[in-house]
Design a protein around this ligand. Structure first.
Ligand code: NAG
Ligand code: NAG
Length: 156
């Protein structure tokens, strides 16, 4: 019922806001079929489950606000390939894993990702911490001042 309503509404608008706590369950995969949608605001609902991979089919998408829901699992890698996306807010969900780097995802502000307890990587956490590297590598039990990974490999 809710999914039907969602799809029905999406056929009418190219920009859409669903205001506050009316929708629950998964965001339907069918959403990706709305290829001319350029603003998607599903913020402040009760959506659960993963962000649908099909979102990456929405090539015109410039703004996506999925904040304040209960979305979980990893952010689909395909989602980071939406080249026109200039605004993103995934904050306050239950997303996990690493934020895709070397895409515009790492250029979004920290507040686009905050409030997801198990999300890692820039801009949320630094790469060193996310990758589990010690920021100051140890060598023979002594800290190597200013040594980067290249130098350590050179020593071995
Ligand atoms: C999305 O809608 C919420 C209201 O539910 C609003 O507070 C928020 O600013 C909107 N996001 C954008 C990017 O316009
Ligand atoms: C994202 O949404 C949160 C509300 O959950 C807000 O505090 C934050 O400023 C927003 N970030 C951006 C980049 O709009």
């Amino acid at each position: 019922m809710e999914m039907f309503l969602l799809v029905k509404i999406l056929t009418i608008f190219t920009a859409i806001n669903f205001l506050c706590n009316k929708f629950s369950g998964q965001i339907p995969e069918e959403i990706g079929g709305f290829k001319s949608l350029y603003i998607l605001n599903l913020s402040n609902n009760a959506f659960t489950g993963a962000i649908p991979r099909s979102l990456s089919n929405m090539r015109k998408l410039e703004s996506s606000d999925l904040s304040v829901n209960s979305l979980n699992e990893q952010i689909p890698a395909e989602f980071a390939k939406l080249t026109l996306l200039s605004f993103l807010n995934l904050s306050n969900n239950h997303l996990v894993g690493r934020i895709s780097h070397s895409t515009q995802f790492s250029t979004f502000p920290k507040s686009s990702f905050e409030g997801n307890k198990d999300l890692l990587g820039p801009p949320l956490t630094t790469d060193d911490i996310a990758a589990g590297f010690s920021p100051q590598p140890m060598f023979n039990g002594r800290r190597f001042p200013n040594s980067g990974h290249d130098q350590i490999i050179g020593m071995l």
